[in-house]
Design a protein around this ligand. Structure first.
Ligand code: GLA
Length: 384
C-alpha cells in the first residue's frame, strides 16, 4: 500500500483504525518545579484527553495528522532527526527513542491525533501526546514497552527533540494516573503512592489565562540551571547533600550571604515548597482542606516572588480567587509564564466564581478566560 498523505485517505484511517489510545492531561495540586530537584509532587491525570488513532500502512513512511491544527506531516523512518517545527518533534523524538531501545520494530503507519487539551496551558498536552503516541506504537507493533519505558522515552523526546529539560512528573502522571487518586511522588527515587482525592465539598477548577508567554521554555531551562548552580555551591561545603529539595533549612540560611540573591531565592523556594507539599498532603489525608488550600496560596507566593515563573495574568487570577469566599486554595500550575491556575472551589460557589473571574479578567486584560471543571481520571490507555 502507498503512503497515505492525502486527507481523504487519513479519514479512512480514522474510521478503520487498528488501535485507539486515550491519553490524559495532568494537574498538579502542589509541589511545582520540584520534580527536577528531587522533591515531592502531587499530580493526577484528568478527564481531558488526547485521542490517537493508529493504522499500519505497509510502507517506510509515517503520516501524522493533527485534527486540531488541520495539519499533516510525514516521518521517513530512514531519516528521523530534529525538525524546525516544534509539534513534529514530539512524534520524531518518540520514534527516535523507541527505535534506539527496540531497533527495527516500527514500520510505516498513519496516526491521527485530536485533543481536548489546550496547548501551552500548563496541563501537559505535550506529555499526553508523547506518552499516547509511544503507547500506540507499542500496541501497533507489539514492541513490549514497559510503563517505565513509555515514561522515559517521552521525557527523552522532550529533552532532546523538543528542547525542554523537563522533569518526570508529567509523563509519570499521564502514564500512572488513576481515577479519583492523586499520586504522591517522590522525584528523588520515583517511589510513589496513591492518595484519595477527598476534597468534597470542593471541586477542582482550572482557569486558563489563554496566554503563553514565549519565555516559557528558555526560562524553564534557566531555572534548572540556576538550581544546579545552587546545588553545586552547597556541595562544595556539604558534599553529602545531593538533592536540592532536601537541603535542611539551616544550611539554606547559611548560604544567604554566599549566593547571588536570585540563586538564593530559587533555593529557598525549592526547599520551602518541598516542606509545604509534605505538610499539604498530610493535611489532605487528615481531611484538613483549609490547611491544604492555604499551602496552595503560599506555593503561589513562592512561585511569584522567589522562583519568578508567574506572570501578571496568573497573579491577577490568584489574587481574585483569594478574595472570593468560595475558594480555599489557588495557585499557578505547571511550568508557568501563562497557562492555568488551579483552584479549589466550593461546589455551591463554582458558577459565581467562574462567571465573576471571567468578567474581571476580561475587563482587566481584554482576554477571554477558559474555565475547566476537571475530574481525576485514569492514565493513558488503549480503548481499541
Ligand atoms: C512542566 C514540566 C514538569 C515540571 C513542571 C513544573 O510541566 O514538564 O516536569 O517541572 O513544569 O512543576
Amino acid at each position: 500500500m502507498e503512503g497515505v498523505t492525502d486527507k481523504r485517505s487519513l479519514k479512512t484511517t480514522f474510521h478503520s483504525s487498528d488501535i485507539i489510545i486515550e491519553s490524559p492531561g495532568r494537574i498538579n495540586l502542589i509541589g511545582e518545579h520540584l520534580d527536577y530537584n528531587g522533591g515531592q509532587v502531587l499530580p493526577a491525570a484528568i478527564n481531558l484527553k488526547v485521542r490517537l488513532n493508529f493504522k499500519k500502512n505497509g510502507t517506510r513512511k509515517c503520516n501524522c495528522y493533527s485534527k486540531n491544527y488541520d495539519n499533516h506531516f510525514e516521518i521517513d523512518l530512514d531519516k528521523v532527526e530534529v525538525s524546525e517545527k516544534e509539534w513534529h518533534n514530539y512524534f520524531l523524538g518518540v520514534v527516535h527513542f523507541i527505535e534506539q531501545a527496540h531497533p527495527n520494530k516500527i514500520k510505516g503507519f498513519d496516526c491521527i491525533v485530536e485533543s481536548d487539551l489546550p496547548i501551552g496551558s500548563g496541563i501537559s498536552s505535550s506529555a499526553a501526546l508523547e506518552c499516547g503516541f509511544a503507547k500506540g506504537l507499542d500496541a501497533l507493533f507489539s514492541i513490549g514497552l514497559s510503563d517505565d519505558e513509555v515514561i522515559t522515552i517521552s521525557r527523552d523526546a522532550e529533552h532532546h527533540f523538543v528542547g525542554t529539560k523537563c522533569g518526570i512528573m508529567d509523563q509519570f502522571a499521564v502514564v500512572r494516573g488513576k481515577k479519583g487518586k492523586l499520586i504522591r511522588l517522590d522525584c528523588n527515587d520515583l517511589s510513589f503512592e496513591y492518595i484519595s482525592a477527598n476534597i468534597e465539598p470542593y471541586s477542582i477548577v482550572l482557569l486558563n489565562t489563554n496566554v503563553s508567554h514565549n519565555l516559557a521554555t528558555s526560562e524553564y531551562n534557566l531555572r534548572r540551571q540556576e538550581c544546579d548552580d545552587a546545588l553545586k555551591a552547597i556541595q562544595e561545603k556539604y558534599p553529602e547533600h545531593d538533592v536540592l529539595a532536601r537541603v535542611p533549612e539551616d544550611i539554606v540560611k547559611e548560604f544567604e550571604s554566599k549566593l547571588a540573591s536570585k540563586i538564593f531565592n530559587r533555593l529557598l523556594y525549592v526547599v520551602q515548597e518541598n516542606a509545604r507539599t509534605i505538610t499539604a498532603s498530610e493535611a489532605l489525608e487528615n481531611e484538613n482542606l483549609k490547611t491544604f488550600g492555604q499551602k496552595m496560596f503560599e506555593s503561589h507566593e513562592g512561585l511569584r516572588n522567589l522562583y519568578q515563573v508567574s506572570c501578571e495574568e496568573l497573579d491577577f487570577l490568584v489574587d481574585f480567587a483569594q478574595e472570593h469566599e468560595g475558594v480555599i486554595g489557588s495557585r499557578m500550575m505547571g511550568g508557568g509564564f501563562g497557562g492555568c491556575t488551579i483552584n479549589l472551589v466550593h461546589k455551591d460557589r463554582m458558577d459565581s466564581f467562574i462567571t465573576e473571574a471571567a468578567l474581571a479578567y476580561d475587563l482587566k486584560f481584554n482576554i477571554r478566560l477558559s474555565p475547566y471543571t476537571v475530574a481525576i481520571g485514569d492514565g493513558v490507555k488503549r480503548i481499541k
